[in-house]
Every structure is written in C-alpha cells, then in structure tokens.
Design a protein around this ligand. Structure first.
Ligand code: PLP
Length: 390
C-alpha cells in the first residue's frame, strides 16, 4: 500500500487534495487569454501573502527556492560586489556559497548554529562600511537546518540605525505562507519563496517579491542572467504571458493554494502554525530534550530541530521511521548531522496529524532504546492542543 501518512519534513510539505486536482489541468496555450486568467489571480495572491502593497513586481519562475536566490543576486549585482551575510545553518551557508560562486565578495558573520541573525553585528558591519561597498544584506528568515526564526524587522532597524543604503534580501522559503511576512513594512527588497513549502504545492516554482529599489538595481547589474532575467519576465507578464513555456499546472495550483490560505484566513493559518509548533515543543520538553534554537524568541514556527540525547543519533531515528513506519522526518544537516532530527510542522497539517507524527517519533525512540516514556510527548501536546484548539 502506498503510504497514507503525512510527511513531517520541512518541505516538500503535504499537498492537499484540492491543490493536486487544481494542478491537473489539460494542455493550455500559454499565449492565450486562458493562461492570463489563471496567472493573474496567482500573482495578486502572492502580493497579498507577501504584504507588498502595490509596489514592485511578483516574479514566478519555473525553478525552486535555490533558483530564486540565483535570480535575486544575478539580476541585481555585478561581479566583485560585496554582500553581507551571517552563517548559522545549512541554508544561510548555501546562499553564501552561491554568492561566492558568482564572484561576489561575501562579508560573512560567523554565528553559532542555533542562534539567529546577529542584528548588532550586522549593524556594526554596516557602520564600519562608510564607503557603502555592501550592496545587499542577505537574511535567512527561517533557518530550516536548525529551526531558528530570525526577526527581519530587527535587521531592518539595524540597517536604518546604521543609515546604510544596502538592499535587504530575505530567504523566506520555509516561512512565507506559514508565518506573517511584511515585505513593505520590513523594507524587504527581494523575498524568495518556493512552491513546495508554505504554498503546499509540488516543487517547481520559485516565487519572488521584488521591490522598486531592487528593480532599479537591475539597470546597472552585470552578472550574467538569461533564463532568470526579471526584465524579460516583467515585460511578457505585463502582456499576460511568459518569456518561455510556463509551468501552467503549478501556476493553477498556486492560485488554488492562495484560495485555500485565504479561505482559512491568513491570520488563522499563522495562528495554526504557532499552535502546532508549541505543541511540538511541549512534546520535546516532556521527552527531556531541547530544540536546537537557543532561546524561545528564536523558536521556528515551521520546523523544530530536536537535539537528541548524548550517545543517540538523530539520523538513526529518521531512517527507522522511514523503514518501519513509513513516516518522514528530517535528518540533521552539516554541523548538526546526527545531533538533531527535524520535525517539520508547516503547510497542510492539523493538530491531530501532528500528534500522529509525535507518536511515530516516540515509537522509533523506544525501538532505538532512547530514554523516553511512550506517550509522554504525545500527552503534553494533547494537553496543549485540547486547551488551545483553533
Ligand atoms: C528548502 C529551502 C531552500 C531551498 O529550496 P529548494 O526549493 O530546495 O531549492 C532554501 N532556503 C530555505 C530556508 C529552505 O528551507
């Protein structure tokens, strides 16, 4: 039997039935008005989810989150330009690596894994840059490797306090659509999302919000770009089309995903993610374990990296869960490989579904001889969910 279990990885997330059906459309001429009818609501919906107001442009590329990063830098920067980034997990690391491979000069603020974006150090680095060499501050909103959510508004305040004109690019791949995102309010110049996390779609789209300031930067940026060129995209989108064949099924699914999010109500979607994550943390505490995020203000509402007891290996749990129970959890990546396992609690999930994931994790721990009592974490989460039901 094909597994009917939900996945508990931090992406790709579970795809609701109605989104799967929405993606399943017959061949459609992407140069016809029928495509524009499908595309426009998706773009308008992304604008609302990102809180962009009327400013800037939404860009939807056939790609993934990683391609969204590449598009962000290649459209706005030139070889040798300096960007500022903190490294505190696998995803912030990969973005830095990509910038270096593009010939950019990355000023890196090394930050222990489990901590968040270091606002004070960012402010200090910007103050020290009196020549304004730093063109962009890169921020990973939700570091999916460690389950750390950083405060983007605090980064904006640090930038303003330093009086620095750099742009702010935010990786929101594992946060957008799950937690509030205020592109206009936080002064974000490029926000990057992917289809397969908060938008509950299959992988295949990079979804970006681009501010007027980032659009202006395109005029002088000389990094090579073609497939990802925003200009071609903006020009053809304005006429209801694409510079090449769009991923029509995924775009239809995206429009449906936004309907689902807005039917539930974005505030309720965000409240659900807060509630789900708190139940997971209660369970972890009952197991006598801790999240990798070092303080409560950094706790991610979409993924928790659980630090496993001394002598235990988080990867063993993930492998056993897949083999024996057909349940997917996330392994630890990079510096925290083996030291954590990750529970994704984002996208199409309910309290009851999360309880099943916690129960499966407990069965694996018992099978592996880890020092926990079956039912302890589930009971703690049950108590929280029952008293805080949405
Ligand atoms: C998943 C993820 C990515 C990479 O996205 P892909 O769609 O796999 O390319 C980048 N950043 C963060 C924070 C992520 O969670």
């Amino acid at each position: 039997m094909t597994s009917q279990n939900p996945v508990f990885i931090p992406g790709p997330t579970n795809i609701p039935e109605s989104i799967r059906k929405a993606c399943d459309i017959g061949t459609l001429d992407h140069r016809s008005p029928a495509f524009a009818r499908l595309f426009k609501p998706a773009v308008a919906g992304v604008r609302r989810v990102l809180n962009m107001g009327d400013a800037g442009e939404v860009i939807i590329l056939p790609s993934t989150g990683t391609g969204g990063w590449e598009a962000a830098i290649s459209n706005t920067l030139s070889p040798g330009d300096t960007v500022l980034a903190a490294r505190f997990g696998m995803f912030s690391h990969r973005w830095i690596d990509m910038c270096q491979r593009h010939g950019l000069n990355v000023e890196i603020i090394e930050t222990p894994w489990g901590q968040g974006a270091p606002h004070a150090a960012i402010e200090a680095a910007l103050r020290a840059d009196s020549a304004h060499k730093i063109k962009v501050v890169l921020a990973t909103h939700n570091e999916t490797a460690t389950g750390v959510m950083s405060d983007i508004s605090a980064i904006r305040r640090a930038m303003d306090a330093a009086g620095h004109p750099a742009m702010l690019f935010v990786d929101g791949v594992s946060s957008i659509g799950c937690v509030p995102f205020d592109m206009a309010g936080w002064g974000v110049d490029i926000a990057v999302a992917g289809s397969q996390k908060g938008f509950m779609l299959p992988a295949g789209l990079a979804i970006l919000g681009v501010s007027p300031k980032a659009l202006a930067a395109m005029e002088t940026a000389t990094l090579p770009r073609c497939f990802f060129d925003f200009k071609d995209m903006i020009r053809t989108n304005a006429a209801g089309g694409y510079p090449y064949t769009p991923a029509v099924g995924l775009i239809a699914g995206l429009a449906r995903a936004i309907e689902l999010l807005e039917d539930e109500g974005l505030d309720r979607v965000y409240a659900r993610h807060r509630r789900l994550s708190e139940g997971v943390r209660r369970a972890i505490a009952a197991w006598g374990m801790k999240p990798c995020a070092v303080s409560p203000d950094l706790h991610s509402q979409t993924v928790t990296a659980v630090v496993v007891p001394e002598g235990c290996n988080g990867t063993d749990l993930v492998q056993l869960a897949a083999q024996k129970y057909d349940v997917a959890f996330g392994v630890g990546l990079g510096e925290v490989a083996g030291k954590v396992f990750r529970i994704g609690h984002l996208g199409s999930l309910t309290d009851v579904m999360v309880l099943s994931g916690l129960a499966a994790a407990e069965m694996c721990m018992a099978d592996l001889g880890w020092p926990i009592k079956l039912g302890s974490g589930v009971a703690a989460a049950q108590d929280y969910y029952r008293l805080n039901a949405g």
